[in-house]
Design a protein. Structure first.
Length: 262
């Protein structure tokens, strides 16, 4: 079977088929596209068919490939961590604009946010926490791979940070409502990293309540949230005594990040 025949027979999205075949062959996606006549050895064809089968069953491409690009970093991902989304890069942009000398990423998952910040703020002290030991192991592998010195702490929310204060606290907490119908389309990703309670705001309540005690004067709390949650999130931040609260839109114009200053 040739490359072109395998792609046509895959039964999945054409772009995704090219990505998976590129991974199976070791060729670039451009090479796969440019040489549809190239014959596929049987073992490679079998590997590609298995990848295509997994994708047709709904498994995300990032988990099949074992990696996902985020803010210029190729990061290892597996079902222990949420797959980094492009819209989360706004959270990194806003944190970088404040140039904190010390910061903590609460609920780091794959380490995407913390590692992107450390890469662009090499002199900053960067701490990252997560309640999942399996997620922290993924973050550790990513930190080692990219040679980025991030302090990884195991524990829920602020538990591993007793007595510590930072110039910025960053978080992309779970914010999907527990009965949201879109959850049916996310069966492979860790539910604890997605669902934020009956109204999606449980994590923001914890962050708003506990962050001020861990912020230095003038320090910022910046959080990603879902569409339509910005007013409720800002209300929680203001009730906790944070000032200069603001929300920022993503590229689609949807308020995606909110924050406040101590």
């Amino acid at each position: 079977m040739t490359v072109g025949e395998a792609l046509r027979a895959s039964g999945i999205d054409a772009r995704e088929a090219r990505l998976l075949l590129a991974a199976a062959t070791g060729f670039s996606e451009a090479s796969v596209l440019a040489h549809p006549e190239r014959p596929l050895p049987v073992p490679i064809h079998s590997s590609f068919l298995e990848m295509a089968r997994r994708r047709a069953a709904g498994e995300p491409v990032a988990y099949i490939l074992g990696h996902k690009e985020f803010y210029g970093l190729e990061l290892a991902v597996d079902p222990a961590v949420l797959i980094p989304r492009p819209e989360t890069e706004l959270l990194v942009d806003l944190a970088l604009a404040r140039k904190p000398a010390s910061l903590v990423d609460i609920g780091t998952g794959s380490g995407a946010i913390a590692l992107a910040l450390k890469r662009h703020l090499p002199q900053a002290r960067v701490v990252a926490t997560d309640a999942s030991a399996a997620a922290l192991e993924v973050a550790r592998r990513n930190a080692v791979r990219h040679g980025l010195d991030v302090e990884l702490r195991h524990g829920r929310w602020f538990e591993p940070l007793a007595g510590e204060r930072f110039e910025a606290i960053i978080s992309n907490p779970p914010y999907v409502v527990v009965d949201d119908p879109h959850l049916a389309g996310l069966p492979y990703e860790p539910r604890f990293a997605i669902v934020g309670g009956s109204d999606g705001l449980d994590g923001f309540r914890v962050l708003a309540r506990e962050a001020p005690a861990h912020l230095l004067p003038g320090g910022w709390l910046l959080v990603e949230h879902g569409a339509g949650q910005h007013e409720a999130v800002r209300g929680l931040l203001e009730a906790a005594g944070l000032e200069t609260t603001e929300s920022w839109p993503d590229l689609a114009g949807i308020p995606r990040v909110s924050g406040g200053k101590r």
